[in-house]
Design a binder for this molecule. Structure first.
Ligand SMILES: [Zn+2]
Length: 294
């Protein structure tokens, strides 16, 4: 566990430093009052490829992530000393291996996000696609991912058994709770945890792709969500996309994300964790978290 609690921009300190400002009953590392997990969904040309579209013109937005967006986020996260989870499509890893080695070399987590960002029900084809992306990530960065997020939010009866067989420790696809929980059947010594995300109001995509929101409006909403989560001593699971169009890859939108990071850093009781670190914490302290949905 390498949790860091925010202090000033660019500076990190151990999570134990938050103990004085948090509830004695905190479930989080170092008695932090709130956990912040920054996830970067690298939806590159894999998205267009998965739809059978040539990556040209208005269908070149995914390539923006590879040419500029990811580098912009690596620079931003380095300025703030924040380690993030990068959800990656196998097709992008296959074609832009060096970019993913850069992400890994910067200390961020590489997690799996489908092969071509499959947004359809995969049926019996799902295990082979999960295995393919898993293998491509290992080949590119030399490490096996331990986390997965469904590109479409869809899952099947194959999903969790396949992830467990491949050694994954968490799934970040569910939207049915605002705190980590264990799937049914995990027992007293779980090996797998669900880390739900909020893909309505802590995800840039719906604001920009369908809501036509301004960057300042998205920032205000992120701050409002964070303050409500902080009041409840919960966990913030932020989703941003480094692409153009429906994401926050372009300058003003990326700047709004950076201002949000600065807001988090101004709160001394926040622990920044990658999702892999949060999963490790939950699995090491199962008594502090609940079981699956009824
Ligand atoms: Zn995605």
């Amino acid at each position: 566990m390498t949790a860091a609690v925010s202090s000033s921009p660019g500076a990190k300190r151990d999570a134990t430093a938050a103990a004085g400002s948090a509830s004695p009953a905190s479930r989080w590392p170092g008695q932090a009052r709130v956990v912040a997990c920054v996830t970067v969904h690298v939806d590159g040309p894999a998205v267009e490829a998965g739809k059978g579209l040539a990556p040209l013109g208005s269908n070149s937005r995914g390539r923006y992530a590879m040419r500029r967006g990811v580098a912009r986020y690596l620079d931003m996260l380095a300025r703030h000393g924040v380690k993030a989870t990068f959800f990656c499509c196998g097709h992008d890893v296959e074609h832009y291996g060096q970019l993913y080695r850069d992400i890994d070399a910067a200390g961020h987590e590489i997690a799996a996000h489908g092969y071509q960002h499959e947004g359809w029900d995969l049926g019996d084809a799902e295990p082979a696609l999960l295995e393919k992306t898993h293998r491509l990530i290992i080949e590119a960065v030399g490490k096996a991912p331990v986390g997965w997020c469904s590109p479409s939010g869809r899952k099947s009866r194959h999903t969790l058994p396949t992830l467990a067989r491949l050694g994954y420790r968490y799934d970040a696809s569910e939207k049915d709770l605002d705190e980590p929980y264990f799937p049914e059947g995990e027992g007293e010594n779980p090996s797998f945890v669900i880390l739900p995300n909020n893909t309505v109001s802590l995800d840039d995509y719906p604001f920009y792709a369908t809501g036509q929101a301004l960057a300042c409006e998205v920032l205000a909403n992120f701050i409002a969500e964070f303050e409500a989560i902080r009041a409840a001593e919960g966990y913030l699971h932020l989703t941003v996309h480094p692409m153009a169009g429906g994401g926050s890859g372009t300058p003003a939108r990326a700047a709004a994300v950076e201002r949000f990071l600065a807001h988090l850093e101004g709160c001394p009781d926040v622990a920044f964790l990658t999702l892999a670190e949060l999963a490790g914490h939950c699995l090491a302290h199962p008594q502090a978290f609940g079981g699956g949905p009824a």
